[in-house]
Design a protein around this ligand. Structure first.
Ligand code: NAD
Length: 272
């Protein structure tokens, strides 16, 4: 269920399913979506400074009636804020907008050439100060980790990357498993593009489930944590009903075979 977690190497753990809030720009809609998700049982909300909705997320959390310490909040430092001092400031601004006094997880949003190591130093300081319970990264290829490891004292707990049946990221997943770094999929539904896939529709029909649920269940059975986004109450609920059915090995393999190494978002090597 929604309280089930994936363990980090630092002794902490993260809920396997959370609510993503990218492109939620309407304030009232964001507050409602966050509140509805939490009342449905979601523990994790994934925001970022660049989404410009941290204030609404904070308000949704407060209006949910669930205590802050029973929830799990992630945010991310944006590219233009990377570097040591600027990351410290960006984090402080994020906390102020959320009206919170700590984050459960803070991520480097994208690897910015030449800044990875200084940004990570700031993350390590915030972690040591207890202001962030766990620190991680997003959109890192293996070579970005290798660069980070040349100066890091702490290892990232998680890498949040684009990952769905058209981009299964098998080599990166193997590397992260070896390093004991949790994988979290962004755009797990391919931003909705995968929902019309015929193979997925056929599989979904056999389980009497939606295509979205089959895709998200595929992630979970592959030990990939997920943060699907929706503002629609019924879809928020649907995206969390994943723990009462299981895909067969054959169907898992059929979905694996849909991989095309095809992104809906940018390649981290050509983006900053
Ligand atoms: P997603 O794959 O979660 O797809 C979201 C879209 O799918 C929604 O807009 C909705 O139209 C549709 N949808 C959702 N549930 C559905 C359902 N049950 N039935 C039918 N349609 C449904 O895409 P996303 O929002 O890009 O990714 C999820 C989250 O990942 C984001 O909200 C954000 O938090 C995070 N993210 C992070 C990065 C990064 O660089 N770290 C980049 C993109 C997204």
């Amino acid at each position: 269920n929604l309280t089930s977690t994936a363990a980090f190497h630092n002794g902490k753990a993260i809920p396997k399913v959370g609510l993503g809030v990218f492109k939620m720009s309407d304030e009232a809609e964001t507050i409602r979506a966050v509140q509805h998700a939490i009342q449905t049982g979601y523990k994790l909300v994934d925001t970022a400074a660049i989404y410009q909705n941290e204030e609404a997320v904070g308000q949704g959390v407060r209006e949910s009636g669930v205590a802050r310490e029973d929830l799990y909040i992630t945010s991310k430092v944006w590219n233009s804020d990377q570097g040591y001092e600027t990351t410290l400031r960006a984090f402080d601004d994020t906390l102020k907008r959320l009206k919170m006094d700590y984050l459960d997880l803070y991520l480097i949003h994208w690897p910015v050439e030449g800044k990875i190591n200084d940004t990570w130093k700031a993350m390590e300081k915030l972690y040591a100060d207890g202001l962030i319970k766990s620190i991680g990264v997003s959109n890192f290829h293996q070579h970005h980790f290798e660069k980070l490891f040349t100066t890091a004292n702490e290892k990232p707990v998680l890498n949040q990357v684009e990952l769905h049946p058209h981009l299964s990221q098998q080599p990166l997943r193997e590397y992260l498993a070896k390093e004991d770094i949790v994988v979290q999929a962004w755009s797990p539904l391919g931003q909705g593009q995968l929902l019309t896939n015929d193979t997925l529709k056929e599989i979904a029909g056999n389980y009497d489930r939606s295509v979205a649920q089959v895709i998200l269940r595929w992630h979970l059975q592959n030990d990939i944590t997920i943060i699907p986004k929706s503002v629609t109450p019924s879809r928020i609920e649907e995206n969390a009903r994943l723990f009462d059915f299981e895909l067969t090995k054959e169907d898992m393999e059929r979905i694996d075979a849909l991989n095309r190494d095809e992104r809906v978002g940018p390649d981290p090597d050509n983006f900053d």
